[in-house]
Structures are given as C-alpha cells and as structure tokens.
Design a protein around this ligand. Structure first.
Ligand code: PRT
Ligand code: ZN
Length: 294
C-alpha cells in the first residue's frame, strides 16, 4: 500500500467548499458524501481528514495530519492558547475566506475607541488573540469567552464591547454595533509542521504545493490578445499589467499593424482596456487561463 499524504480540512462551514474547490482545481478527484471522517482521493496518494476547523492546527502539530487548511485566525488563536508550543506553521496563504478580527461596541455606549477599554469587559470567541492585543496595548480589561452569538453580549449587558470576526459588517450593523479597531487580518492558510515526511509523502506534497501555486497564480492571470499600430507597441506593452515578455507578430496584409499576445499576471481592469484602446489597440480579447506551471 502506498504511503498517503493526509490533509486536514474543515468538514462543513465557511472554509469547506472553497477548500474542496481548490483541491479539485489541483486535479484531485474525491467525493465528500455521508458522515465519514476520511475521504480517499482516487487519483493521488492522498487522504482527506474531515474535521472541525478548531481541531486542524493541533491535528497537524500532533501528526494526525501532515498538512491542513484553516483560517489564520484559528491557527493564531490555537497557537496562543495551546498548553505547549504548537508545531503548526503557515506554508502558503490561499486568499479565500478573508475576514478581520475586530473590536466593536455600540455607537452610543461607553466604549468608542481602544482607549475606552480600560477596566471594561470584552466578550469574544478569541480570548487568546484578544488578550495578546490588550497586553501589547497596555490595556487591562476583563475577557468573557463565548462560543457563539458574541454580537448579542452588549445588548444583554454581559460586556461593553466585543471582539469578533467581521467580513461584510452586516452582523455588527444589525446589532447596532460598530467596529473601532482591527486586531487581526485573516485568510485561509495552508499549514504544515516541522516534521520530516517520508520520501513518498514529501513527493506528493511537493507536487500539490506546485499545483496550488499554479492555481492561485492563474486565478488572477489572463491571456490578452490585441492588434496594435506598430508605432504604439512600446506604450501598449508597458500598459499590460504584470506581463514581462509579450509576443509580437506581423499581421498578414497590414504593414502598419502588429498582433500582441501576453500573459498578464495581475488583474486586467476595464480601465486598462480603455487605456489600450486610446493608444490605438483594436480587437482586444482577454481570456481566462485554466492552468499555469513555471
Ligand atoms: O464547525 P466548525 O468549528 O468547523 O466551524 P465554525 O463554525 O467554527 O467556523 P465557520 O465555518 O463559521 O468559519 C470558518 C472560518 O471562516 C473562520 O474561522 C474564518 O477564518 C472564516 N470566516 C470568514 C468567517 C467569516 N468570514 C465570518 N464572517 N468566520 C465567521 N464569520 C462570522 C462572524 O463570526 C460573525 O458572526 O460571520 C459573522 C459576521 O459576518 P458579516 O459578514 O456579517 O460581517
Ligand atoms: Zn470552529
């Protein structure tokens, strides 16, 4: 039997779908059905361990999984509250599930900014990160740990302020709260430990990391094709975002025009296309790139 790489993933929740989608884009074939803890990848020596997100850092640290995908907020919280040093570190930022851990309070209450926190009570699901912030800021405040519904704490008199995750801000607004300080910016991250892997697992991991890097790079990248007046080639190619070596070709029967093709590794905005058009570019096509490997 082959030596299979084990990846810890959130079974259900805000991270789950995007984590599965990323691995599928990397060519892994699997199906997540039923209540199983393990899902087998059919075409690579990989098993997926499907768990609660809070368990992922310690599973990676304790060898239950080789790598994992988790919110940076959870990783940092687990590192700060673990009884001993947790051997789990970020090996790649993945760019999805972005959110912020914010201090927030009622717009009409006693706490309006960080300097008002002294001597007050803060409700949070993130006592580790919040305590670190208070210590670094020289603030003494009481923390009340809650497992959920933190946004209700001020209205029921449990705390003057809260420290919770915010993405759109709609939950805060619906509860009459406003954020006054961001204490952590978070996104999904791939984590690993310092342990050495067997050669087979190391090889699988290396392949996977290269594929993930390719998927992340191609997500922003576009292939751009256009026709340009010969005398504007310099200006036009300098407008192409994040492209270093465009291909320039003659156009049959059109001596004053050339065709330009380039991979743009940064977002191509409508404003860029308008700029290209103003320089005389015509027949501009922007195409998605499915896969990339360098
Ligand atoms: O069951 P399990 O323990 O695995 O999941 P969970 O319930 O602990 O976590 P889950 O699935 O809710 O979130 C997983 C991860 O998603 C988090 O750890 C973050 O890294 C990330 N994430 C991104 C978020 C949000 N955005 C988010 N908005 N996690 C939670 N929220 C909550 C927040 O707590 C608040 O209640 O959404 C509300 C605020 O959202 P807005 O859009 O109204 O601001
Ligand atoms: Zn959780």
């Amino acid at each position: 039997m082959s030596d299979r790489l084990r990846i810890a993933l959130q079974k259900k929740g805000r991270l789950a779908e995007d984590s599965f989608a990323l691995l599928k884009k990397c060519g892994l074939r699997f199906s997540i059905r039923g209540g199983g803890l393990l899902a087998r990848v059919k075409n690579m020596p990989i098993d997926l361990l499907l768990v609660r997100d809070d368990d992922i850092p310690s599973f990676v640290a304790n060898n239950a999984a080789d790598i994992g995908i988790v919110g940076e907020n959870v990783l940092v919280e687990e590192q700060l509250t673990a009884k001993s040093t947790l051997d789990a570190n970020i090996s790649m930022r993945l760019g999805f599930s972005r959110c912020k851990l914010c201090l927030a309070a009622s717009e009409t209450g006693p706490v309006q900014s960080a300097k008002d926190l002294q001597g007050t009570t803060i409700a949070t699901t993130y006592p580790g990160v919040t305590a670190r912030y208070l210590k670094e800021s020289g603030i003494t405040a009481k923390l009340v740990e809650m497992k959920g519904a933190v946004e209700l704490a001020p209205s029921i008199g449990i705390a003057e302020s809260i420290c919770d995750l915010v993405s759109s801000g709609a939950t805060l607004e619906a509860n009459g709260l406003a954020a006054f300080e961001t204490i952590l910016d978070s996104e999904a991250v791939l984590i690993g430990s310092g342990r050495e892997l067997s050669p087979e697992r190391a090889d699988t991991l290396d392949k996977l990391l290269n594929r993930i890097a390719g998927v992340l790079k191609s997500a922003d990248s576009k292939y751009i094709m256009l026709n340009a007046p010969k005398d504007a080639v310099g200006k036009i190619t300098s407008l192409l975002p994040g492209s270093d070596a465009p291909t320039i070709m003659p156009l049959a029967g059109q001596d004053d025009l050339v065709a330009i093709q380039a991979v743009c590794t940064e977002t191509v905005f409508w404003e860029t296309l308008e700029g290209l058009k103003a320089l005389g570019a015509r027949a501009i096509l922007v195409l998605p790139i499915e896969k990339m490997m360098s």
